[in-house]
Design a protein around this ligand. Structure first.
Ligand SMILES: [Zn+2]
Length: 76
């Protein structure tokens, strides 16, 4: 899976759902975001969820459905 460079967003412009835990990312809150080519989807994650994903080492693989993992945790 080909993805764009990960961008640090300091303040989101609106509410989003986290691509990892599916909890809400508050408007004005920080998040990590990137674009997945092929799927043409934009992923957004809490900072702690992004860290959990990196630790789980599935960074550029296909992500499991949002909500598979708990927030900030890479254990199902
Ligand atoms: Zn999250």
């Amino acid at each position: 899976m080909k993805i764009s460079p990960v961008k640090d967003v300091k303040r989101t412009q609106k509410l989003y759902r986290c691509s990892w835990c599916y909890e809400i990312i508050e408007k004005g809150g920080p998040c990590k975001t990137w674009f997945t080519y092929g799927e043409n989807t934009t992923a957004r994650m809490h900072l702690e969820c992004f860290d959990a994903m990196k630790k789980a080492d599935i960074y550029d693989d296909e992500l499991p459905p949002a909500g598979t993992f708990k927030r900030g945790c890479s254990v199902e």
